[in-house]
Design a protein around this ligand. Structure first.
Ligand code: FAD
Length: 479
C-alpha cells in the first residue's frame, strides 16, 4: 500500500463532496478523494464548443470531474423526498426531509439563490388544470441554481475542502480491496494501492457500470431499479412560460391509453439548452439531457418525457435494455437524433431541409435529423405522442408539428446495492451513496446520501457530527 487514510471517497460529484464536507467540518480524519475526471476549471466539452457530434473523450467532461454530473446540471434542487431517488425507502421519510433541509442550507451557504418555486397558490391552480387534461401534477418545491451557479458553488466547496483532504484528480479507482467482508482500500488504474478504514463509493450514474462489475466480482447482492427511457422535447419558450413562470418545473404524470404505461415529465429547463451526455465506460453511449442558466435564456424550453419500464422474468437487465436502445440511436445518427413531431406522426424522416423549415430552432446543434420510429419501441412512441396531446390541453402549442424530439434520453438508475439504513453495503465499513449506488437520481438526494454515510463514519470513528471537535487540516491528521 502506498498510503493509509482513514477515509477514501471515490467520486467528486455532489454525493462525494457532501460526504467530504461533513467529515471535514467535524473531525481530524485523513481523507483521500479520487476522481477520474478533470478539475472544474479544465472541464470543457469539445463537442459542445464546436457544435460537432460527441468526441467520445475517454472521460466525459460533462459528467466527470470535480462536481460530477452536477457541474453542468441545471441545478434544480428538489426539496421533497418524493422525487429524485429512493433514500426515503432506505432511511425513512422524516429523516430524509430533515436531511434535505440541511443539504439545502449548505447549498445556500455556498451561494444558492433565495427563491423557492412550487410552494404558492399557483400549484393548486395548475393541479386542477392538469386533472382536466388527464394529467397528474405532483407538487414539487425547488430551488433553481442554474448551470453557472452550480459551477461557482462547486468551486467554492472545492476551495473550502482543499486544506482538509487529499484530492486526486484524473485517478480512476479500478478495484475495491476487501478481505473477509471488511474493506481494505482501493487500487487505481496506475496500480497504486491506498488503504483505508472506511470507503465511501460515490461514482454517479456514469460509474454505475463499473460499480456493478465490482459488485459482481465481490459477490455483493444488488437489485434492479426500473429503467426510464424516452425523449427530450423542445418547444418555443412562450408555449410553456405560463407554467414555468409559476412553478419553474412541473412533474406531470400520465397513464397511456394504448399500453397503460406510466409516463412522466422530467427536468424542465425553461429558456434552456438541450445537451448531450456520454455514459463513458468501455462502450460509451451518448444520450440527450438538458440544462439552463440562471442569468441568460434561449428562445426555447426543454424537458423530457420518460416511460418507466420494469423487468422481471426471464430478462432482468434494465441497464442492458436502455443501452441497447440508446446505441441504436447512436448507430443511426452518430449521437443524438432530432425529429420534428409532425414528421414522426406522419411517418417521415426529418432531414436538414425539413428541420430548417421548422419554427423551433434546435439548441443542440450537433443533433442529427432522423427518424425516431426506427429507434423507440412502438409502445414508448405511442405513449409519448399521447402524453404530448394531453399536455397540449394544458399548454396549447406543445404538440405542434414543429415540436422537436431528441432521442434518446435514458436514465440508468438500475443497480441498487444491498445496503442498510446507514448506506453500508454487505462489506463492513464500505458505503454506497448517490446515483451510482442506486440511492438517488438528483442533486439533493445524492448530496443527502453523502451526509448519511459521512455521519456514520464520524460516529464509528468516535466523532459526534456537527460538534467541530478535532477539526484539523490535512497533514496534521493521524494517517
Ligand atoms: C445535463 C444534466 C442536467 C441535470 N440537471 C439536474 C437538475 O436540474 N436537478 C437535479 O437534481 N439533478 C440534475 N442532474 C442529475 C445530477 O447531476 C445527478 O443526479 C448528481 O450529480 C448525482 O450525484 P453523484 O455524486 O451521485 O454522481 P455524479 O455527479 O455523477 O459524480 C460521480 C463522479 O464520480 C466519478 N467516478 C465514477 N467512477 C469513478 C471511479 N471508478 N474512480 C474515480 N472516479 C469515478 C465520475 O467521474 C464523477 O465525477 C442533471 C444531470 C445532467 C447530466
Amino acid at each position: 500500500m502506498i498510503k493509509k487514510y482513514n477515509v477514501i471517497i471515490v467520486g467528486s460529484g455532489p454525493a462525494g463532496i457532501f460526504a467530504a464536507l461533513e467529515i471535514a467540518q467535524s473531525s481530524g480524519l485523513s481523507v483521500l478523494m479520487v476522481e477520474k475526471g478533470q478539475d472544474l476549471s479544465q472541464r470543457a466539452c469539445p463537442s459542445r464548443v464546436s457544435g460537432t457530434p460527441c468526441h467520445e473523450c475517454s472521460s466525459c467532461s460533462l459528467v466527470s470531474g470535480w462536481g460530477g454530473a452536477g457541474a453542468f446540471s441545471d441545478g434544480k434542487l428538489t426539496l421533497t423526498p418524493d422525487v429524485g431517488g429512493w433514500l426515503k425507502d432506505i432511511i425513512g421519510q422524516a429523516p430524509t426531509e430533515t436531511l434535505l433541509n440541511y443539504v439545502d442550507g449548505v447549498y445556500r451557504q455556498y451561494g444558492a439563490p433565495d427563491k423557492i418555486y412550487g410552494q404558492d397558490e399557483s400549484v393548486q391552480k395548475w393541479r386542477d388544470k392538469a386533472i382536466l387534461s388527464d394529467l397528474k401534477l405532483v407538487p414539487l418545491p425547488l430551488r433553481h441554481l442554474g448551470t453557472e451557479n452550480c459551477f461557482s458553488i462547486l468551486k467554492a466547496m472545492r476551495k473550502h475542502l482543499e486544506p482538509y483532504l487529499d484530492i486526486r484528480l484524473k485517478t480512476f479507482a479500478v478495484k475495491i480491496l476487501a478481505e473477509n467482508r471488511q474493506v481494505k482500500g482501493i487500487e487505481t488504474q496506475e496500480g497504486e494501492r491506498y488503504a483505508c478504514d472506511y470507503l465511501i463509493l460515490a461514482p454517479g450514474r456514469e460509474g454505475s457500470e463499473w460499480l456493478s462489475q465490482e459488485a459482481r466480482r465481490l459477490n455483493l447482492s444488488v437489485r434492479n431499479n426500473p429503467v426510464d427511457l424516452g425523449v427530450r422535447v423542445e418547444v418555443p419558450r412562450a408555449v410553456m412560460d405560463p407554467l414555468t413562470n409559476d412553478l419553474y418545473e412541473a412533474k406531470l404524470e400520465y397513464n397511456s391509453k394504448s399500453f397503460d404505461d406510466r409516463l412522466r415529465t422530467f427536468c424542465m429547463c425553461p429558456g434552456g439548452e438541450v445537451t448531450m451526455e456520454n455514459t463513458g465506460g468501455n462502450e460509451p453511449i451518448v444520450t440527450a439531457n438538458g440544462h439552463s442558466y440562471a442569468g441568460r435564456q434561449t428562445e426555447n424550453t426543454n424537458f423530457s418525457i420518460l416511460v418507466t419500464t420494469d423487468f422481471s422474468e426471464p430478462f432482468n437487465e434494465p441497464i442492458a435494455y436502455g443501452r441497447y436502445i440508446s446505441r441504436l440511436a447512436n448507430f443511426l445518427s452518430g449521437g443524438v437524433m432530432v425529429q420534428r413531431l409532425g414528421d414522426l406522426v406522419t411517418g417521415h424522416r426529418t432531414n436538414n431541409v425539413r428541420l430548417a423549415k421548422g419554427l423551433v430552432k434546435p439548441t443542440l446543434k450537433s443533433a442529427t435529423p432522423g427518424d425516431l420510429s426506427l429507434v423507440l419501441p412502438y409502445r414508448h412512441m405511442m405513449g409519448i405522442i399521447e402524453m404530448l396531446s394531453a399536455m397540449n390541453r394544458l399548454m396549447p402549442g406543445i404538440s405542434s408539428s414543429h415540436t422537436l424530439l431528441y432521442g434518446v434520453e435514458v436514465k440508468f438508475y438500475s443497480l441498487r446495492l444491498q445496503m442498510n439504513e446507514v448506506l453500508e453495503t454487505e462489506i463492513h465499513n464500505m458505503f454506497g451513496v448517490g446515483d451510482g449506488a442506486g440511492v438517488s437520481r438528483g442533486l439533493s438526494l445524492a448530496s443527502a446520501s453523502g451526509v448519511v454515510a459521512a455521519r456514520e463514519v464520524l460516529q464509528r470513528a468516535g466523532f459526534n457530527h456537527g460538534n467541530g471537535s478535532g477539526n484539523k487540516k490535512k497533514g496534521t491528521s493521524n494517517s
